[in-house]
Design a protein around this ligand. Structure first.
Ligand code: HEC
Length: 186
C-alpha cells in the first residue's frame, strides 16, 4: 500500500513538472545561483576587498613556461649577468635571421636598423635620450650576458626600458648573437 502511494506521488510530481512550453525555463529554486551577477572586468565589485573585479595575480605567480630572471637593474647584478650568463646560441643562418627579425621589430625604432643609434624615434625627436651606437667597441666588447641583461631589465640609468616581458629568452639571445655578429665594425 505504502509503495503504491509513493509511486503515485512520484508520478504526480512527474506530471506537473512537465510543461508544453519549451521556452519556459521552469521554476528556479535558487535564483541567485541560476542568475549570478556577472561583473564587467573593469567595473567595481563589492565581493573583493579592494573593490575591483579584475584581480592581480597572487604574488610570485609566473606565466607558463616563464623562466624567472634572477638579476635586477643594478650595477652589481649587471656585472654578475656579464660573468655568469652564457649565450646558448650558435651564430648560424637561422639564428641570425631570427635575431635580425626580432631586432628590427623591437630595437630598430631607437637603435636604427644598422644599430648605429639613429632610429626613427630619436631622429624624429620623439624620444629624447640618445640610443647607444651598438656597433661601437664600447658595446661590442661587452660579454653577451651583459647585453642580454640590459635587454631584459633595461639600462642602468633607466633611459632604455626593460624588454624582458616582450621578447622570449631564446629570441633575446638570438638578438644578442645578431648584434655581435652583424654590427661588428671590422
Ligand atoms: C625606446 C628606445 C629604445 C629601444 C626600443 C631600445 N633601446 Fe637600447 N638603448 C636606448 C637608449 C636611450 C640607450 C642608452 C641608455 C643609457 O645610456 O642608459 C640604450 C642602450 C642600450 C644598450 C647599452 C649599450 C652599452 O654598451 O651600454 C644596449 C646593449 C641596448 N640598448 C640594446 C637594445 C636592444 C637589443 C633593444 C631591442 C630589444 C633595444 N636596445 C631597444 C634606447 C632604446
Amino acid at each position: 500500500m505504502r509503495t503504491r502511494l509513493f509511486v503515485l506521488i512520484i508520478m504526480a510530481f512527474a506530471l506537473v513538472s512537465c510543461t508544453h512550453d519549451r521556452n519556459d525555463p521552469g521554476r528556479a529554486y535558487f535564483p541567485d545561483m541560476a542568475y549570478s551577477n556577472a561583473y564587467e572586468s573593469y567595473s567595481a565589485n563589492p565581493v573583493f576587498k579592494d573593490g575591483k573585479t579584475m584581480q592581480a595575480p597572487v604574488e610570485g605567480t609566473v606565466p607558463r613556461e616563464m623562466i624567472p630572471y634572477p638579476y635586477k637593474r643594478v650595477f652589481e647584478d649587471q656585472q654578475k649577468a656579464a660573468e655568469t650568463l652564457v649565450n646558448p646560441m650558435q651564430a648560424d643562418k637561422e639564428t641570425l635571421e631570427k635575431g635580425k627579425e626580432e631586432f628590427d621589430i623591437f630595437c630598430a625604432v631607437c637603435h636604427g636598423f644598422k644599430g648605429k643609434g639613429d632610429g626613427h624615434l630619436y631622429t624624429a625627436k620623439l624620444f629624447a635620450a640618445k640610443p647607444s651606437d651598438l656597433t661601437a667597441s664600447f658595446t661590442q666588447e661587452k660579454p653577451d650576458g651583459e647585453i642580454y641583461h640590459i635587454m631584459t631589465v633595461g639600462s642602468l640609468s633607466g633611459l632604455m626600458g626593460a624588454h624582458g616581458s616582450q621578447i622570449s629568452p631564446e629570441n633575446r639571445w638570438k638578438i644578442v648573437t645578431y648584434i655581435k655578429n652583424n654590427f661588428k665594425v671590422k
